[in-house]
Design a protein around this ligand. Structure first.
Ligand code: UD1
Length: 348
């Protein structure tokens, strides 16, 4: 039975539900008593994640394998299924690739959102939780970052998040009965405690933790630290790493809040409020693995900023939610996943 704190039971469509954050959120939605439908085109997720999810939840998952940009299939889904709310995770997310293929990024991330929101409007579905990012604070924000800061971006991926936030605000003006949550994630890491689901990037990882994981498991030779000459305590940049299980819990709390808030659009940072350096993260991971890991300090990565961490006060107060897992928890759980699945999810 769901905890009363989770409020109304809903039938929730989770787009990108086979992805890293989506999959962890699906488990917590079900644990909270919600019914879940997944829509995912499996462009950046393996179908084998579904079986793993079903083992964890001990039940069957309804999965629709298509691209949200397919307006006919999306319409059919909304016409045939009762849907009370949508959590929209689906989207491309690789910064470097977005710079090389800007049109593909705008086309995919904006196009899928247009089709999804139009179908919601036609079928009277008015609760939406959107997967945004702290990247919308741009390159010049002070820390800690607060939701009322101005938004901007430094790459097409980031602009898709800024633009979709704006589009959803405009939708809410036109349809004031809608309840929309813009969730700004800081740096999601970690994995489910079972070690059976986790982050499985395609190609060489761009992000720090997946890269360290692959060094630890022997797939990559050494970590390259992008600069140790920043104006921070140890010279490496500070980031607000947040356990994906805390992030998932934030979505469940946001969904509940949408049933009681009077605000059409709510923006919530999901972070811990603490900045951790690259060296501190590496050392925490070494503790989890039980040995030192090879690294080399190289030049700065273009576009990196010295410090990014949240002021999570609004989410803490309005959602009754706080990130509870430590950096060591994140590393232990990420390592359990990576060591049990050295090559990520199997193909079939
Ligand atoms: C990056 C993206 C951001 C996106 C986020 C998604 C860039 C410039 N920013 O954020 O837009 O929203 O991922 O999760 O790509 N680091 C290394 N060596 C590595 C990898 C990373 O030293 O091999 C360092 C980086 O310099 C940074 C820190 O680790 O200081 C975290 O990097 P990363 O995990 O890529 O996250 P962000 O830069 O915060």
């Amino acid at each position: 039975m769901p905890d009363a704190a989770y409020g109304v039971r809903m039938r929730v469509l989770v787009s990108g539900g086979a992805g890293f954050i989506g999959s962890h959120t699906v488990i917590q939605l079900i644990a909270a008593g919600h019914d879940v439908l997944i829509v995912d085109n499996f462009a950046n997720a393996k179908p084998t994640v579904i079986g793993r999810l079903e083992s964890i939840i001990g039940g069957h998952l309804q999965v629709h394998a298509f691209d949200l940009r397919d307006a006919d299939q999306t319409e059919r889904l909304f016409a045939h299924e009762r849907i009370d709310a949508v959590i929209h995770f689906a989207g491309h997310k690789a910064v470097g690739q977005s710079i090389k293929q800007p049109l593909a990024y705008y086309e995919n991330n904006l196009g899928s959102t247009f089709v999804l929101v139009a179908a919601m409007a036609r079928h009277g579905v008015s609760k939406l939780v959107f997967s945004s990012s702290a990247t919308v604070y741009g390159a010049n924000a002070t820390v800690p970052m607060k939701e009322d800061f101005p938004t901007s971006a430094t790459n097409p991926y980031g602009w898709t998040k800024v633009m979709i936030e704006q589009i959803l605000c405009d939708v809410a003006v036109a349809q004031p009965s809608w309840r929309i949550a813009l969730m700004r994630y800081f740096n999601p890491v970690g994995a489910h405690a079972s070690g059976t689901i986790g982050e499985d990037p395609s190609g060489v990882p761009n992000n720090l933790l997946p890269y360290i994981c692959q060094v630890a498991v022997g797939r990559l030779e050494k970590l390259r630290i992008f600069g140790d000459d920043y104006d921070t305590p140890d010279g490496t940049p500070l980031r607000d790493y947040i356990h994906v299980e805390d992030l998932a819990a934030g979505h469940v709390a946001a969904l509940a809040r949408l049933t009681s808030t009077d605000r059409a659009v709510s923006t919530w940072n999901l972070g811990t409020g603490t900045g951790t350096s690259v060296f501190n993260m590496l050392h925490a991971f070494e503790r989890a693995v039980g040995r030192e890991l090879p690294y080399e300090v190289v030049g700065r990565r273009t576009g990196d900023i010295a410090a990014s961490y949240a002021d999570p006060g609004r989410a803490n107060a309005e959602l009754g939610w706080t990130a509870t897992r430590t950096i060591d928890d994140m590393c232990v759980d990420a390592w359990r996943w990576q060591s049990q699945n050295p090559n990520g999810y199997p193909d079939a």
